[in-house]
Design a protein around this ligand. Structure first.
Ligand code: ATP
Length: 291
């Protein structure tokens, strides 16, 4: 057991594409999604405790500082699965907006699992961690690997996308919270076939055109109640984005830029509109042995 403070970063994700292809008997939706981690990070610090308590403190964007926080649930599931009779003190700095379609809670949960496993000398394999992650949430497995991926099933079947281009992303999060379950509940599901083949061939096409990939089935639901989604997409396109789309169930909207300079001037233009928090983040990938 490591006794020094362990510090790690938990990135946000963006859904470049999200197609809902069916509904399972257990109520979960089957999807095909292109997901990328980006360099907008929550910061997590852990100190191992000799007693078996899980302590939690949060700052930044507001999240529960009790058993409802996903980092608490992730830690509890780690100790229960391993049988390790110890505890942990968790400090979370929330820089990723909450309930914003950026996957912050799922990322924090994955970071907690990975960090505890490292602190305790890897009692769980990646496959064990994957099993725990799915039980915490459909997006949690993606954050164990933190690389551009094609996700299927409920999000737990992941294939790395090695050639995903490097972009700068300008992300705008308007000041509204969107409940993921409300969005899925209001979705008019249309029968979609051939989505997996379509996306594989589009990703391989030469020249690669990112606008052929950008599509989010959940956007129709969120934008019907919140017209700001379409406003933000248009603004991002007007300031030179190669494409713009809502992430996850929203309300965050992002634009893709190939150059940093273009992204910076887009960010400035969006800030002047005062429609929400504006972030600039580069596509980010976890190195195989980094924390
Ligand atoms: P999803 O699409 O999975 O709902 P999201 O990015 O839209 O992801 P999150 O920021 O992960 O949403 O938060 C969803 C809900 O989870 C919020 O209601 C929040 O209070 C709760 N939550 C619990 N723990 C956390 C955490 N560590 N960070 C963010 N939210 C958390």
């Amino acid at each position: 057991m490591t006794t020094a403070t362990y510090r790690t970063r938990a990135p946000a994700k963006l859904n470049i594409r999200l197609k809902v292809i069916g509904r399972r008997p257990d109520g979960y939706h089957e999807l095909v999604s292109v997901m990328v981690p980006v360099g907008l990070f929550d910061i997590l610090e852990l100190d191992a405790l000799r007693n078996n308590r899980i302590e939690i403190a949060c700052e930044g964007f507001q999240v529960p500082d009790n058993e409802d926080n996903l980092i608490y649930r992730a830690a509890a599931s780690f100790f229960s699965q391993t049988g390790i009779d110890k505890g942990v003190s968790l400090r979370l700095k929330k820089n990723i907006p909450v309930a914003a379609g950026l996957g912050g809670g799922s990322s924090d949960a994955a970071a907690t699992l990975l960090s505890l496993n490292k602190i305790h000398s890897n009692p769980l394999s990646m496959s064990d961690l994957h099993d725990l992650a799915v039980k915490l949430g459909a997006d949690v497995p993606f954050f164990l690997y933190c690389r551009p991926s094609l996700a299927r099933g409920i999000g737990e079947i992941l294939e790395p996308l090695k050639d995903w281009p490097i972009y700068w992303y300008v992300i705008v999060t308007p000041p509204i919270r969107v409940s993921t379950s409300w969005v899925y509940g209001d979705l008019k599901l249309e029968l979609t076939t051939g989505e997996y083949d379509y996306i594989l061939s589009t990703l391989k096409s030469d020249p690669f055109t990112v606008s052929h990939v950008l599509e989010n089935d959940l956007e129709q639901v969120t934008s019907a109640s919140f017209p700001i989604i379409d406003t933000l997409k248009k603004l991002l396109m007007d300031v030179g984005a190669e494409g713009a789309i809502m992430s996850g169930s929203g309300p965050s909207v992002f634009g893709l830029f190939s150059s940093f300079d273009q992204a910076i001037s887009a960010k400035k233009a969006l800030i002047s509109q005062d429609l929400g928090d504006v972030f600039i983040a580069k596509g980010w990938e976890k190195q195989a042995h980094s924390s």
